[in-house]
Design a protein around this ligand. Structure first.
Ligand code: RB5
Length: 144
């Protein structure tokens, strides 16, 4: 797995916290920006990370943040092969992987506290897709 991380200015602070957390856990990642709190357009970051994840959609993973998480999740899901899940709990992180084979985790930097975000990230990275009946459903999405 190659892990990418990106945010707009609204998710920048949480992105930096998550980067420290990942580094402490010796988890490698590639930070695609933004690199300051200056205002940027979230669809551009969503496009950047989606393109990277699509280089190997079943293996690569992304963590994508904006203020609410909503804008980036809408934008990322416009890319065929991306299954971006807007998550605000460990339960949803778990289900996004087990049932939906989500390849991008979206969160709101102005919504979620860092400790919850760390648990969500851990769950997202460590939960396998269940396949079976969920595989059929994911394939139906990919046929759109
Ligand atoms: C930026 O102000 C904000 O609109 C953005 O981070 C995000 O919340 C959009 O959905």
């Amino acid at each position: 797995m190659t892990l990418f991380i990106a945010s707009d200015h609204g998710g920048f602070e949480l992105k930096e916290e998550i980067k420290s957390f990942l580094s402490q856990k010796n988890i490698l990642f590639d930070d695609l920006g933004t690199h300051t709190t200056e205002s940027v357009n979230y669809p551009e970051l969503a496009q950047k990370i989606s393109q990277k994840v699509l280089e190997n959609p079943s293996k690569n993973r992304g963590i994508l943040l904006c203020g609410s998480g909503i804008g980036v999740s809408i934008a990322a899901n416009r890319h065929k092969g991306i299954r971006a899940a807007l998550v605000d709990s460990v339960t949803l992180a778990h289900l996004s992987r087990e049932h939906n084979d989500a390849n991008i985790l979206c969160m709101g930097g102005r919504i979620i506290g860092k400790e919850v975000a760390f648990e969500i990230v851990t769950t997202f990275l460590n939960t396998e897709f269940q396949g079976g009946r969920h595989q059929t459903r994911v394939e139906l999405i990919e046929e759109y």
